[in-house]
Write a protein that binds this ligand. Structure first.
Ligand code: NAI
Length: 470
């Protein structure tokens, strides 16, 4: 078909994936073809099937193709449990810095759920938090994980979230966190949210604790509009929201980075139904619709979503939604519900937002002063015996599993063999003085596992207090 000069075909990387992946990507291709969407697919490979064929689950060319075409539609890929290759999705997100995960959760006609009129967008930060996977065994009984929240990472994600909310004409944007407990990490995320919110006065910006949000979502989800969350909370809440509108079979998603994006359904490769011709293509189709908005092909996106809604409203559903249509029957029904294409029609939405350029790491406005250390000590015999003074440093507190056990009475808690011992100085320390203190402890036979340096800036301590510490 010939397109007007204004409508050029855009190249998009297509990854079919494993299990039901080939069946549902074929359904999307067929619908896009019938709808004359100006897209040219460029097929590349990833997944278990790819591993068997090419010896790698994620070839370099696939990543290069996504970078070159900027956009990919991806079918689900199988991740072996308890060994084998790493999750391909996580690898793609990290390799391409796809820092925002966008999951719309919108009620669909004919899909029976407890709620009607749900219309949420869940935006999850996609790189940081506990997903850095920085974990270390500290002693034979204790393993630790680092939770990383950064100012530039939060800013890039939150700015994208506000731009998206603005471009979609949303009214309310809600920051979800646990800053009452995670005072510094979630505290920073929340602080950046309100700083950026000041630039978007037309959006009502508020915040809510994650536990309260979960309760409210399962009671009155229609009260919320756009939710922004750090990675782990976002992972959980986006699945909860998928459940509110009909579950995995209808939950789409997009992973967005600086000028590039990978769109895929929330569900996996569904090996239990693969090859049977009964998979529901809705979630991948809605992901592809999201992709069309990203490519500013809004009219095409609206036209396809409308055909999908008409199909579901007519009671044509796949088995997972209580119907008996096969993938093919469902696909054909959607195609028959496409309204005639009218190229004269103007787009009704503004173009999808381009994320802001990569922010650079900020330097602190005031000099940081080294003022002490948290020394993590292994001591299977109980409270470690440590010198009260080490040069300028004074032992001020020891905690176990986050609860203060020294000075004062040790509370009746389960103690593990890993103690955090805090040394502080009244004045600034040099690195050499800190190293000398460590050397003294080492010579005294103290088995220390790791050290965190403690800093002050403008008289403010840049570290948290232990529970029970004044
Ligand atoms: P799954 O999402 O593949 O399946 C869970 C259940 O939902 C199954 O009963 C399945 O039949 C059903 N289901 C899922 N999508 C459906 C659809 N479109 N139509 C009809 N029914 C559908 O989750 P599971 O079984 O835990 O994972 C299977 C594999 O997929 C694993 O290797 C997992 O690592 C991988 N996975 C991949 C993802 C991705 O590539 N984005 C995401 C989640 C899991």
């Amino acid at each position: 078909m010939d397109y007007p000069t204004a409508v050029r075909k855009q190249r998009v990387t297509l990854i079919r994936g494993d299990g039901i992946g080939p069946e549902i990507t074929a359904a999307v291709e067929e619908i896009f073809d019938a709808a004359a969407v100006p897209i040219e697919w460029e097929e590349h490979f990833a997944g278990l099937e790819c591993l068997h064929r090419f010896g790698t689950p994620l070839p370099e060319e696939t990543l290069e193709a996504i970078v070159r075409t900027r956009v990919a539609l991806k079918g689900p890929t199988t991740t072996p449990i308890g060994g084998g290759h790493k999750s391909i999705n996580v690898t793609i997100r990290k390799a391409l810095d796809l820092f925002a995960n966008v999951r719309p959760a919108r009620s669909l006609p004919g899909v029976r759920t407890r709620f009607e009129n749900v219309d949420l967008i869940v935006l999850r930060e996609n790189i940081e938090d506990t997903y850095g996977g920085i974990e270390h065994w500290q002693t034979p009984d204790v393993v630790q994980q680092l939770r990383i929240i950064t100012r530039p990472g939060s800013d890039a994600f939150l700015r994208f979230a506000f731009e998206l909310a603005r471009s979609q004409g949303r009214r309310r944007i809600t920051c979800v966190h646990k800053a009452n407990i995670h005072k510094m990490t979630d505290g920073l995320f929340r602080e950046r949210f309100y700083t950026i919110a000041a630039e978007y006065p037309e959006l009502h910006a508020d915040d809510i604790l994650i536990d309260n949000l979960c309760m409210q979502l399962v009671v009155r989800p229609e009260a919320f509009d756009v939710l922004v969350l750090p990675n782990l909370f976002g992972d959980i809440v986006s699945d909860l929201c998928a459940g509110l509108v009909g579950g995995l079979g209808v939950a789409p998603g997009g992973n967005i980075g600086h000028g590039r994006a990978v769109f895929e359904a929330v569900h996996g490769s569904a090996p239990d139904i693969a090859g049977k011709g009964i998979a529901n293509p809705t979630a991948l189709l809605l992901s592809a619709v999201q992709m069309l908005h990203f490519l500013s092909l809004h009219r095409h996106a609206q036209r396809i979503e409308e055909a999908l809604r008409l199909t579901l409203a007519a009671g044509i559903r796949t088995r997972d939604l209580g119907g008996n249509a096969s993938t093919r029957e469902f696909t054909r029904a959607i195609i028959s519900n496409l309204r005639p294409l009218d190229f004269a029609e103007e787009p009704t939405l503004p173009p999808a937002p381009e994320p802001a350029p990569q922010p650079v790491s900020s330097t602190p406005d005031a000099p940081w002063q080294l003022r002490g250390m948290d020394l993590f000590v292994r001591s299977p015999e109980g409270l470690p015996q440590l010198p009260e003074k080490l040069g300028k440093l004074q032992l001020v507190m020891i905690s176990n599993r986050g609860t203060k056990v020294y000075p004062g009475i040790t509370p009746p808690i389960l103690l593990v063999d890993w103690y955090r011992c805090r040394y502080l100085a009244e004045e600034a320390l040099t690195h050499a003085e800190l190293a000398a203190a460590l050397a003294e402890l080492t010579a005294a036979g103290v088995e220390w596992m790791h050290v965190e340096k403690l800093h002050h800036v403008n008289g403010t301590a840049l570290y948290s207090k232990a529970q029970g510490e004044e």
